[in-house]
Design a protein around this ligand. Sequence first.
Ligand code: HEC
Length: 176
Amino acid sequence: MGVYLSLRVASLAALLALASCGGGSGDGLDSNGRPLPPGGGSGDGALTPDLASIQSHVFTPICTACHAGGSAPQGLHLDEANAYTMLVGVPSNEVSSVLRVKPGDPDNSYIIQKLEGHAAVGARMPFGGPYLDDATIAVIRQWITNGAHQATAATAVRSAAATPPTVGVSRSEEGI
Ligand code: HEC
């Protein structure tokens, strides 16, 4: 009887262990349980719509092969130190009426036109391919739609949460 019981307990524990393995966000899924966008390169974890993630998955491993250093095409540097200031709110060289990244408006952001291959001038990016897959471009679009912020979404959420609620007008003015 005692042996039987402990066997039962052991197999129950094994079942529980199996069940807990299957739960949660498994490998290959993002935090919403969707499959990870393929392609992107060597960044850690899933590609997410924030600049740090796009930098480590796309700009650094793929674009800086050309877009870095003194001979960067169109003067566009996409290394970590320069990407934000070279992109956001900056007119493109090829079509100066179109910003490279127009916050909130991916369709009118030149980088998206270049990545999707319908810019008015020049070739699709990355030049000569292989091109980014739709899922990767969709994440870059989402970053732009969200306002093309420099900080990660997580940082922005954290600092918003850390801001104490304002109780009265005079109090909030004091703080600033
Ligand atoms: C193999 C080299 C190469 C790679 C890799 C490459 N580019 Fe380019 N890029 C170029 C060249 C050359 C031009 C200019 C000629 C053209 O537009 O066809 C250019 C132009 C551009 C422009 C236009 C800039 C302006 O101000 O007019 C953008 C935007 C751009 N690339 C984005 C990217 C992005 C984003 C990546 C990575 C996903 C990338 N490129 C990867 C060579 C490259």
